[in-house]
Design a protein around this ligand. Structure first.
Ligand code: SF4
Length: 316
């Protein structure tokens, strides 16, 4: 992979001094590790909509379905200003062809999940979304999105990065010769990856591809993309990965000596028992594949859905 994948990121996470107090929330995992594979588009909705640094803090208030963005002490309502910014910025971001976005948690503008909405008499339930984050996910519902805090969870992190890489492969495919024949190949190479997230999606996507010749190609691609991104939004759990590993082991049944098969089964059991991470049985699978070569398996993105250097499967 030569070109870096484009990701949107809340500007304060990149170390930009744009927060209300003139500070930032520099996240070194993003700037020191992810930066090797991703090119970042920084967005600070509050500064870009015209608010100064430093500025008064803001919060969401009122109706949970359409909260207002209001300054904490003086009560100035910046909702319209933010909404106007979002409309223009989303048009701009459409041209960026982003493959995902990392948002700053808890912000009334950028928070993706569980942002406080203050209501008189009923406290501040964490039920909202920052205004920009909400507008972004409404405009780009299929793009992978996550918050920096949740990226500290190894499973959420692996799932998010995996989905970003898959989104990039899909966009690259869709921008090239995206015909029926090539969709069959794309699907074949992603089967195990989809299986690790949702067996039911794999089955429905298989039926969609099988019936593909009867569906106008644009309609087919759009249905496929929707199902692919929906499938990858479901967590790949240990149990689901064990199912995929057993499926892989089935391909070695006739070709591997008994000792080798038993060694693989032992590692799968240990992974199922949470005593070794996913990388351990997969390393052995890749070793056997190098020795034996099973074309169908070798082509599967499941075996390396993202660069090994990120070590994402060392912790899940
Ligand atoms: S959380 Fe969002 S709005 Fe607040 S400083 Fe960071 S980028 Fe700007």
């Amino acid at each position: 992979m030569t070109a870096k994948i484009k990701l949107g990121v809340s500007a304060c996470l990149l170390g930009c001094p744009v927060r209300y107090d003139g500070g930032h929330k520099h996240d070194h995992y993003i700037t020191d590790t992810l930066s090797n594979y991703f090119a970042f588009t920084a967005v600070c909705p509050e500064v870009e909509c015209g608010l100064p640094v430093p500025r008064e803090t803001m919060r969401l208030v009122g109706d949970p379905d359409s909260p207002r963005l209001v300054t904490t002490k003086t009560g100035i309502d910046h909702t319209e200003k933010m909404q106007a910014f979002c409309t223009g910025k989303l048009l701009e971001l459409e041209k960026e062809d982003l493959c995902g976005f990392i948002f700053k948690k808890n912000s009334p503008s950028s928070g993706l999940y569980r942002v406080k909405i203050h209501r008189q008499g009923s406290g501040a339930p964490r039920s909202g979304q920052g205004l920009f984050a909400g507008a972004f996910t409404k405009r780009f519902p299929l793009l992978p999105v996550e918050e920096e805090g949740r990226l500290n969870d190894p499973i959420l992190r692996e799932n998010f990065i995996e989905k970003v890489f898959c989104c990039f492969r899909w966009k690259t495919f869709a921008a090239g010769e995206a015909n029926y024949k090539n969709l069959i190949t794309f699907h074949a190479r992603h089967k195990l990856q989809i299986m690790a997230h949702s067996q039911s999606h794999l089955s429905r996507m298989g039926k969609l591809v099988a019936a593909g010749k009867t569906i106008p190609v644009q309609e087919l691609l759009s249905q496929y993309e929707y199902m692919l991104m929906e499938a990858l939004s479901l967590k790949a759990t240990v149990k689901k990965n064990v199912n995929v590993l057993q499926h892989i082991a089935g391909y070695f049944k006739k070709t591997l000596p008994r000792d080798d098969r038993e060694e693989l089964q032992d590692l799968i059991s240990r992974y199922a028992g949470h005593t070794v991470p996913l990388v351990v049985p997969l390393t052995l699978v890749n070793h056997y594949l190098r020795k034996q070569g099973v074309e169908y398996l070798q082509d599967q993105y499941y075996l390396e859905p993202h660069p090994a250097e990120l070590m994402l499967r060392n912790h899940v």
